[in-house]
Design a protein around this ligand. Sequence first.
Ligand code: ADP
Ligand code: MG
Length: 250
Amino acid sequence: MVLKVEKLTKAFGGLTAVNNVNLQVEEGSIQAIIGPNGAGKSTFFNLISGFHLPSSGKIIFKGKDITKLPPNKIAKLRIARTFQTTNLFENATVLDNVVIGNRLRTKSGVFDAIFRTKREIREEKESMEKAFEALRFVELTHLADQSIGSITQEQKKRVAIALALATDPELVLLDEPAAGINPDETDGLAALIKKMAKSGLTVCLIEHKMSMIMSLADRIMVLNQGERIAEGTPEEIRNNPVVIEAYLGS
Ligand code: ADP
Ligand code: MG
């Protein structure tokens, strides 16, 4: 198992957003996380990626306890994520977004990300190549010099994925990659996510589009009010009465 989450809990004051959740994710698989709004899905990602400190529980990545590590340390261990709302620099180019984003993720602060040592300037070329390679993977090299403001929502979602890929991850957390895009564009994104797993990446995927989840996921975890109410194959989840009552039936 590449990722092991044990009894993970996060309380915000009186609200337990993630409650005693266990999850094991196999290397190279696509693990979906579904559940109604407010179920704790994004919080779960915030815990794994170090943006929130858990109230209790453990997160083990490749045998290493990462529970209390800050986001930049976790990024360096090769866990990357995308955000539910993509906050890209609208005036910068597609390529610059991927390069800058990479630095912001792996450096410990904005200062560190902007002011670079000579060694880091020499690393620039390499980081540029990584960014380009990521753009190639998401099939956007033809837009490398376009400004973010001029590309479509679906292309922005691909840029967000490229940002994650440019950090050279082993585990990628995608928070609603198909949200806000046209239904006829979701197939292309689904194919991209499939390609990520085929290339050896492990993918955790939060998504509302059920047909996409059912065709993509190897396994699905269902969260409801912070609690894991089910986990299994798409077939098992589809036929689980508890899930149907709490979520799919509503
Ligand atoms: P989901 O992604 O499944 O829609 P979230 O993880 O975003 O759900 O939120 C789960 C619950 O935790 C919600 O009730 C939300 O309001 C609350 N929550 C999330 N982040 C915070 C925070 N930083 N501070 C306080 N409450 C939060
Ligand atoms: Mg969310």
